[in-house]
Ligand binder design. Structure first.
Ligand code: XMP
Length: 523
């Protein structure tokens, strides 16, 4: 597969670069910047992109790269810090400018440029730098400037080396995708033939090669990532994959049944369903501290899982739906190459003594929306593929205070109503706008059960029951969120239905706090 490798200098945007390249139908992966020229050549890159980075090239521990990479004859595009690294390595100069440039800047084109072909003479680009290239290396032409930046873009077409101080991968750079296309297609001569279908083909071949005649196991959580991973691995090795679903009783209404229906019935994957509801209730009895709940649930999951795995006999591989953001969160990085993956979060899987599996993580370069696209391509039901985020510890962290089966029933019933009403609200918006996450669409919504009671009156009777908190937020990535400005009649309908249909609940309150300062979940 023709692959563009992004050398990561610690950039905030490294994965975004790879992502934008994939959007242009060329496969791309991020690798660390300290790879040697020989190792990189062995990967046979179709092209190389040098990412930005937070450091100054003159800082003591500034990340560098093997300068022999510039001699490989492979097309290279340096971005921001990547441009500065290229300039320094090839004899140019990098200086401290008096004023840093952060945010939008006006770029003026100079002489004819392959990289900037088809972009306006004056255009808005996104900058984020203090140092800048002050003199381009010999053999390079300066193709654009900004007020603060004498070499905002440079190129050496003979050597197929190109660079910009600005970030074409960021949406705020007006002609960003044109510039990346120019590099991929006009400079590197690549073909835009990478699609999710071809990704499936390649991954299936790779998994078959790795697993050989062996067997694999995969833990289904009910979530999107593990489901897509299982479907993909199943496509590769068929019945030699067994899925294990631990029903800890903390899922939402209908979810456990959904897993059995999709994987057991529709896909025909050998599926072991473990009924661990009692075990989890005992484990959580009397536990009020949120972190303690998380710890117990996480630890128990792997215990149950490995007990089941042991019963299956000789299984060598563990398939995991790790996606790229999981890797960033664990602060880990890839060494490049297919098998040589080092990620610290692997250590989080508590393999029991004497147990070991080789890991297969076919989604580890993808973003969530790419995983969804892949899921659709694999034929998973759209309800599952578009499922909203749901925390691993499940309803246990939406019940404030100790978890009991009665509280689980209450929160599950209220949550089902919230989802039904807001699914319908989102569907109406989708119909109107044609966008799945349009402005004011709810991104995540659920019910939370606090550990209090309040007085109410129903019919002629005084009640003393629990309230439920409605949480509904707009967000793109859960990093920040705002409470959804739901129409009053939608709120009224949810409140009416919950109090009317769920005995034991007599009040509904709406959480109107953004993140920050609050979080999306309550625990
Ligand atoms: P917070 O509450 O931190 O949540 O704003 C951000 C997003 O992460 C989800 N979340 C979790 N997901 N395990 C998970 O897999 C967890 O322990 C967990 N806690 C929060 C949350 O639903 C939201 O989408």
């Amino acid at each position: 597969m023709q692959t563009v490798y992004v050398l990561d200098f610690g950039a905030q945007y490294a994965q975004l670069i790879a992502r934008r390249v994939r959007d242009l139908h060329v496969y791309s992966e991020v690798i660390p910047c300290d790879i040697s020229a020989a190792e990189l050549a062995a990967l046979e890159p179709a092209a190389i992109i040098l990412s930005g980075g937070p450091a100054s090239v003159y800082a003591e521990d500034a990340p560098t790269m093997d300068p022999a990479i510039f001699e490989l004859g492979i097309p290279i595009l340096g971005l921001c810090y990547g441009q500065q690294v290229m300039a320094l390595a090839l004899g140019g100069e990098v200086g401290h400018t008096d004023v840093g440039e952060y945010g939008p800047a006006r770029l003026t084109r100079g002489c004819a440029s392959v990289l900037l072909t088809g972009t306006p003479d004056i255009q808005t680009v996104w900058m984020s730098h203090r140092d800048a290239v002050t003199r381009a290396p010999e053999g390079f032409m300066v193709t654009a400037t900004t007020e603060a930046c004498p070499v905002a873009a440079m190129e050496n077409p003979q050597r197929r080396l190109y660079a910009t101080q600005f970030h074409p991968e960021v949406r705020h750079t007006e002609a960003g995708q044109t510039i990346l296309s120019n590099f991929l297609f006009a400079v590197a001569g690549l073909a835009p033939n990478w699609t999710m279908a071809s990704f499936i083909e390649d991954k299936v071949a790779e998994i078959r090669e790795t697993v050989g005649q062996g067997r694999a196991i995969c833990a289904l959580s009910g979530g999107v990532d593990s489901a897509v991973c299982a479907a993909l691995v199943h496509r590769a090795i068929g019945e030699r994959l067994t899925c294990v679903f631990v029903d800890h009783g903390l899922l939402r209404a209908g979810e456990a049944e959904g897993v059995e229906r999709v994987f057991g019935d529709a896909f025909g994957i050998p599926l072991v369903v473990v009924d661990a509801q009692r075990r989890y209730l005992d484990l959580l009895a009397g536990v009020a501290d949120p972190e303690e709940k998380r710890r117990r649930i996480g630890g128990e999951f792997w215990k149950v899982f490995f007990e089941e795995a042991a019963k299956l006999g000789d299984v060598q591989f563990l398939a995991q739906g790790t996606i790229y953001p999981d890797i960033i969160e664990s602060g880990a990085r890839k060494t490049g190459g297919k098998a040589a993956t080092i990620k610290s979060h692997h250590n989080l899987i508590p393999f029991p003594p004497g147990v070991s599996f080789e890991l297969i993580e076919p989604l580890d370069h993808l973003f969530k929306d790419e995983v969804r696209e892949l899921g659709e391509e694999l034929g998973l039901p759209s309800k599952l593929v578009w499922r909203q985020p749901f925390p691993g510890p499940g309803l246990a962290i939406r019940i404030l205070g100790p978890v009991t089966s009665e509280k689980l029933e209450l929160v599950r019933a209220a949550d089902a109503i919230v989802r039904e009403e807001l699914d319908a609200y989102n569907a109406r918006l989708f119909e109107k706008t044609g966008e799945r996450n349009s402005a004011h669409a709810c991104w995540q919504y659920f019910a939370v059960l606090p550990d209090i009671k309040s007085v109410g009156v129903m019919g002629d009777e005084r009640t003393y029951e629990r309230p439920v908190i409605l949480r509904a937020v707009e967000s793109a990535d859960a990093m920040t969120a705002d409470w959804a400005r739901l129409p009053h009649d939608v709120l009224a309908q949810i409140s009416r239905r919950i109090v009317g249909e769920v005995p034991g609940l007599n009040r509904v309150v709406y959480d109107i706090t953004s993140k920050p300062p609050a979080t999306i979940e309550w625990e």
